[in-house]
Design a binder for this molecule. Sequence first.
Ligand code: ATP
Ligand code: MG
Length: 424
Amino acid sequence: MITAVKGMNDLFGKRARRWGRMEEDIKLLVGNANFTEFRTPIVEEIALFKRGVGETTDVVQKEMYDFLDKKGRHIAMRPEGTASVVRAFIEHGIAMNEPLPFKAFYIAPFFRYERPQKGRYRQFHQFGIEIFGDDSAQMDAEMIFTACRVLDHFKVNFEVHVNSIGCKECRPAYREKLVEYFSSKKEHLCDDCKTRINTNPLRLLDCKTCDPKSKYKDIPVMTDHLCSACDDHFKQLQKSLAIFHVPYIIDPFIVRGLDYYTRTAFEISANTGGSQNAVAGGGRYDNLVADIGGPDTPATGFAMGLERLFDLISEDFYSEPVLSAGYALCDEAVDDLVHFAKHMSHHPVRFFADYKPKKFKKALQKADKTGAEFMFIIGEDEVKEKKILMKNMKTGEQKVYGQHEVMLIVRDLLNHESGIVRPS
Ligand code: ATP
Ligand code: MG
């Protein structure tokens, strides 16, 4: 038997309907703040991620899905969204052609070769936003607020951890301090961190393998070493977060896996106690556009894991719309049922018809199996009288309508959905 590729999932049925509604809600929420959708290809030249995400990051070193195409070009399935959006931002001259700040969002699949487990897949989905052309701390606060707005909408409990990881001016000196601090502790570090000391020492701070941050209490932190411009920016960020009513925790160990961040870095975790509880993360990346060859453009953004968000949304968050089914009890009734299905299709109700004539008992069984709450029946008598019978599957109550009274039927179905009971 051929099965799906390891770590990749199918989506269908009730879950697909809920997933679709989750995406629609997100689009509405960000649309209100003037974000427009940004779609980029699933694959890019691998060089983009090496430069954009960073050669020394786990995502590039260990988790990339890459291959050579028929002409020998080195291609990678995108592991994250920012590098691709930045590439497209430059390629289409958006900085020149669109008013800034330019606010984009995406909802899309991403690929990382990781060990599959709950909340961690090889194809997964992210919702993300990117804002170009604004270096203010207020915009960072709006960016973080946008993530919180979405989580609040879905009634998810979460914690926001913020940090500043400085800029080109102040980070190098801090980096030296870290290298100095950890060089005497090399024997207590994992193999990855022994290499990271030289390549990417900030990553030691969030290593989950040797976990230095819980072992040592005197690790130098970036927030004590910010230059005055970064310090002001970080203070303003906190002030603006308070105005947005975003509760936050200052966490000097948020460094983010990817190389491109400057100043603001943040992560949001769900209060579930589980291990895969990071739902969103992001920050400011003022140098990335220029690093990839574009005009100097400050930018800020985040990505949210949609599988993780989906798992956090309570089962009863979306009420299922009422389902009804139509059946013909004899050959002569089929045309009437087709007519009825056509008219029902114009209305916002969930209805399906089963055109194969069947006995009443069989129709009842089928309707029951599909979970229909109402069943419509057209038999010999109904054909003669141009009537249709509606049966409430739960109460057994029956009601007869004229076949042309679709508006009345729809009103009754919608009233049932909203819990209004009208006397008939
Ligand atoms: P983690 O620490 O859990 O590996 P990350 O720092 O690698 O997360 P980011 O690159 O910040 O993740 O991606 C943003 C969000 O995307 C994460 O917070 C998470 O919700 C989600 N995510 C990342 N990797 C996966 C994956 N393999 N499967 C499902 N969701 C993922
Ligand atoms: Mg990861």
